[in-house]
Design a protein around this ligand. Sequence first.
Ligand SMILES: NC(=O)c1ccc[n+]([C@@H]2O[C@H](COP(=O)([O-])OP(=O)(O)OC[C@H]3O[C@@H](n4cnc5c(N)ncnc54)[C@H](OP(=O)(O)O)[C@@H]3O)[C@@H](O)[C@H]2O)c1
Length: 250
Amino acid sequence: MNIAVAGGTGTVGRHVVSIARARGHHVISLSRAAGVDLVSGDGLAQALNGVDAVIDVANTSTLNGKKSVEFFTTVTGNLLRQEKAAGVRHHVALSIVGTEKAAAGYYAGKLAQETLVSKSDVPWTILRATQFHEFAGQMLRRSSVGPLVLVPRMVTQPVAAREVAEALVEAAEAGPRGRIPDLGGPERKQLAELVRAVAQKEGRKRRVIEFTAPGPLWRSMRNGSLVPEAGAAVGRQTFSDWLKTDLNAP
Ligand SMILES: NC(=O)c1ccc[n+]([C@@H]2O[C@H](COP(=O)([O-])OP(=O)(O)OC[C@H]3O[C@@H](n4cnc5c(N)ncnc54)[C@H](OP(=O)(O)O)[C@@H]3O)[C@@H](O)[C@H]2O)c1
């Protein structure tokens, strides 16, 4: 199968590319390094020539709702338009568990993305996953103020990005199925606990301060809006097993 991975250089995208190649697919990465800009659309039409399925794992780091909606609607709109023109038969999108319950800030963009995909003429599959194990490290880097790390109180059920990538490649192979069961990790944790563990593993002297962030979005995340409900698929690798691996491995 010819598979194009939008965001193939990212945290989960790198795994999608390597797993799909290992399973014998011909894979291209749609990212700026490969000459494709998903926001402007430059290089996209040409890259989709002969592609059977697109796996979209592109991302933005903004937490601003307006910017997030703008990014995900632009990227998804560009992809779906060019996929239709190129005769791509399957669009696989990765979203986040609980997106509709936390539909503000960054998550408003994910909901807008899901809406576009589910109304598209291109046959589709949407997988929702929980936060990756890598999310705690992203939080550590983004929320450090000198020796302090400010982490909002939030319950999460982290999953290995590699297992999410496996599920996405399997979804591409299986063909369009609409919304498929959510995927979460094997254990529920407080985000601050995970950030502390990553700081310790990386030998960083940091004091992790857990705080109660204001507003309905954070309240819902504290109350577990981002953890999966019954019936979700459960990943195998625990956060502590992931922490024992080489975190800098490609
Ligand atoms: N992180 C999590 O915990 C988590 C959990 C569940 C679901 N998700 C979802 O998983 C997806 C991927 O997240 P991630 O954390 O793996 O992302 P990431 O590491 O931030 O990677 C983002 C990817 O998007 C690409 N990209 C961004 N802007 C682009 C542009 N204008 N043109 C072309 N490519 C562009 C980047 O490519 P270049 O910069 O190389 O061009 C990169 O490959 C997102 O949809 C996210 O909502 C994430």
